[in-house]
Design a protein around this ligand. Structure first.
Ligand code: SF4
Ligand code: SF4
Length: 143
């Protein structure tokens, strides 16, 4: 029998829409863009892929492009604290905080909780659903 994970009773999360996760947090800031997103976001914005890449993205060799986070926040976080590309926002933005790298107890209870006031609040998501979301996110980016 496999040992139970630290979150075997599930994890609580409810977004307060504070917008903090869309701000620059140094090493926890990367938002990766899959091929689907590299097509959908420029189309939504009515600009070319080339313009989208040069204005809004950073390219690290051997990795997916990421959203440019060299400013205090994501370029799509608007003055009201909302996402300007919400209908086509990247998978990572949809599935936060249930990412594989966040399911390490020290990470969840440390930097993830410090960043996000919705952690340990609201409804309980069962452990198998948490893991399904984390797996789906990894697979989306080819992990
Ligand atoms: S930091 Fe957490 S609570 Fe705030 S907007 Fe992001 S997910 Fe929602
Ligand atoms: S794309 Fe939208 S949801 Fe994702 S980090 Fe930027 S503002 Fe936040």
């Amino acid at each position: 029998m496999e040992p139970k994970s630290w979150y075997h009773k599930g994890l609580r999360f409810k977004c307060t829409q504070c917008g903090n996760c869309c701000k620059n947090h140094g090493e926890y800031t990367y938002v990766s863009l899959s091929e689907v997103e590299l097509q959908a976001i420029p189309k939504f914005l009515g600009i070319s892929r080339r313009e989208f890449l040069s204005r809004y993205c950073e390219k690290v060799p051997g990795h997916h492009p990421t959203l440019r986070m060299d400013q205090p926040a994501c370029p799509f976080l608007n003055a009201e604290g909302r996402c300007d590309i919400y209908p086509v926002r990247p998978k990572q933005c949809q599935t936060w905080p249930f990412w594989t790298e966040n399911l390490v107890e020290e990470t969840w209870k440390g930097p993830v909780k410090e960043c996000c006031p919705g952690i340990d609040e609201g409804p309980l998501t069962p452990a198998d659903e948490v893991e399904r979301i984390a797996r789906e996110t990894d697979e989306w980016y080819g992990g």
